[in-house]
Write a protein that binds this ligand. Structure first.
Ligand code: FES
Length: 567
């Protein structure tokens, strides 16, 4: 099998000439024949001035290159798309599949024997792992690492659970313009990903549990020296993989490793977005994430990591407490410790090396969990025939069984315009409903599921209400919020049939979400729905591809033709 520079030659109809030409051009960079004859480690560069979460990527790349060269291989850095959560219009989710396609094709197109993908901001690690699995080249994943915490008036702050909490206080008139500006400068005190258990942290922990990154790499803070030593070590592992031609992602990602990832996701109080991403990753393989099985695991697996928004601490505290290896040690026999990792170690060996930190309280034992059940529950009912999800660990316990009157918003724009209207007919016991915010509807399934508490209620001290939608929610958010209602309203899901004043019943213990309207009336409403048309935004380009091929949340929101089995 061809390797190094000889891999994947450009087609000119003469392989000898193709290699001759390739070498002639690359020598313009000043490389020697010795360098060019080495196994090649490709390294993705997702640095962007628009992406502060990836601000340490240049230093990580330098460290990876050092590790690769110390091991006798040759590093080649190449750019791919970078997606930053707050700089992606309409949403970062809209671009995840584009990044996955870009990364996959550049791994395939360019000669490399292994690849190091460096990512972190919410959609980037999922996109890179989807790509790695489809390209199936030996891959090392390096998360960029979480930010360190901020401080304000003696309080520890973190992006973005505290962004939302303090913005809520500002909306309620509890803090003023001057203070909210001061907070704005303190929420993100360093480069790196959000330091609570949001999607970025969830996916970094899931990546480690899957065995695709080095032990502890999920939690090392982005600015710490240890982050760069870990990157150097990752470079060494990637060089070894380039020489041995394995293991490939398809050899690491087995039913056991996907099960381990789901257990870890439940035990960390993981982001609901993580479930969509893990589903999309699994669909790039012959394996599947079964929502019922995920829910069942949630009943057996307690939340052990005490991190915001489900708990109190931040990622650096999780790291200093022993990180994912220590968590897996606490999970014990729930984890399949025979699962393999990229280093050749099993998880059993990883867990044996886990540090014991006396007095730490960020990782609890199973005898003293944060919550006795896992972070997420899967709901079904006449409102969500193909499922919906709630992060019960970050919800108000008293609202987990609740029946209330629907207050419906037609779209994100409608909600933005009307939610604070003093004339809005709403009370604290109502259920706020947002529709047309799913994968197709918005498009890109915005993180709008965290509907703000109407100002007039917030000012009377209302902190939480039942909110339901076909949207997503940031993993950093807190509240009794039902998300990912599938099928979404834009494709005719039952959410499209809800009217103001209908009664909605949420019963998380029974895993149900129902619209208390009889079937005949619902059929009448369905018959009156306008037929679906191609929206104006989807007439050309990537938007067209997205609108035509995007799958629903229960299938991971990948494009239908990108799954392992194709279309
Ligand atoms: Fe990038 Fe939160 S904004 S990880």
């Amino acid at each position: 099998m061809a390797e190094g520079l000889r891999k994947g030659l450009t087609s000119y109809g003469d392989a000898g000439f193709s290699l001759f030409l390739r070498k002639a051009f690359i020598k313009a960079m000043g490389y020697s024949d010795d360098a060019l004859n080495r196994p090649i480690v490709g390294i993705t560069n997702t640095y962007s001035d628009y992406n502060p979460c990836h601000g340490n990527v240049p230093q990580i790349i330098e460290a990876v290159k050092r590790g690769v060269m110390l091991s006798g291989a040759m590093p080649f850095v190449f750019p791919t798309i970078s997606i930053a959560e707050s700089f992606a219009h309409p949403t970062s989710m809209y671009l995840r599949n584009l990044m996955a396609m870009d990364t996959e094709e550049m791994i395939r197109a360019q000669p490399m024997d292994s690849v190091v993908v460096i990512g972190g901001c919410d959609k980037t690690l999922p996109a890179q792992i989807m790509a790695a699995l489809s390209a199936d080249l030996p891959t090392v994943v390096i998360p960029v690492g979480p930010m360190v915490v901020g401080h304000h008036k003696g309080e520890v702050l973190g992006a973005c659970t505290d962004c939302r909490r303090l913005w809520g206080k500002y909306r309620a008139g509890e803090i003023d313009d001057v203070e909210i500006e001061a907070v704005n400068g303190r929420l993100a005190p360093s480069v790196g990903t959000c330091m609570v258990m949001g999607t970025a942290s969830t996916m970094a922990c899931v990546t480690e549990a899957l065995g695709l990154s080095l032990p502890m790499s999920a939690t090392i803070p982005a600015p710490h020296a240890e982050r760069f030593r870990s990157a150097e070590a990752s470079g060494r592992v990637a060089a070894a993989m380039a020489k041995s031609k394995g293991p490939k992602p398809s050899e690491i990602l087995t039913p056991s490793s996907f099960r381990n990832a789901q257990i870890v996701m439940q035990a960390i109080g993981g982001s609901t977005n993580g479930l969509i991403h893990l589903t999309a990753i699994a669909n790039r393989s012959p394996h599947k994430i079964d929502l019922q099985a995920f829910d069942k695991l949630g009943r057996e697996v307690p939340v052990l990591v005490d991190l915001k928004p489900s708990g109190e601490h931040y990622m650096e505290h999780f790291h200093h407490a022993g990180g994912v290896p220590k968590l897996m040690a606490q999970l014990g026999d729930l984890i399949d410790l025979d699962a393999k990792t990229i280093t050749g170690q099993t998880l059993r060996e990883v867990v044996e090396d886990a540090e014991d930190v006396p007095g730490q309280d960020a990782i609890r034992p199973r005898t003293n969990p944060i919550k006795s059940e896992g972070a997420m529950a899967i709901l079904h009912g006449n409102l969500a025939p193909r499922g919906a999800v709630i992060k019960q660990s970050a919800a108000s316990p008293k609202l987990l069984q609740h029946t209330g009157r629907a207050v419906v918003f037609e779209s994100v724009e409608d909600m933005t315009l009307r939610v604070d209207d003093p004339a809005l007919d709403v009370s604290a016991d109502d259920v706020l409903v947002l529709r047309n915010a799913g994968p197709k509807g918005a498009p890109g399934m915005p993180e709008a599921g965290y509907l703000p508490i109407p100002k007039k209620l917030a000012r009377t001290g209302v902190k939480d209400m039942v909110r339901i939608s076909d949207a997503r929610m940031s993993g950093t958010a807190f509240g009794t919020i039902v998300l990912h209602i599938t099928p979404e309203s834009a494709v005719g899901g039952p959410l499209a049939l809800v009217r103001n004043g209908d009664m909605i019943r949420l019963d998380v213990a029974r895993r149900s979400i129902d619209l208390l309207v009889d079937a005949a009336e619902l059929e009448k409403r369905r018959a009156a729905l306008a037929p679906a048309m191609t929206p104006g935004w989807a007439k050309r380009g990537y938007a067209h591809l997205f609108n035509e091929t995007i799958l629903q949340a229960d299938e991971g929101c990948d494009f239908d033709f990108m799954r392992a089995k194709g279309k």
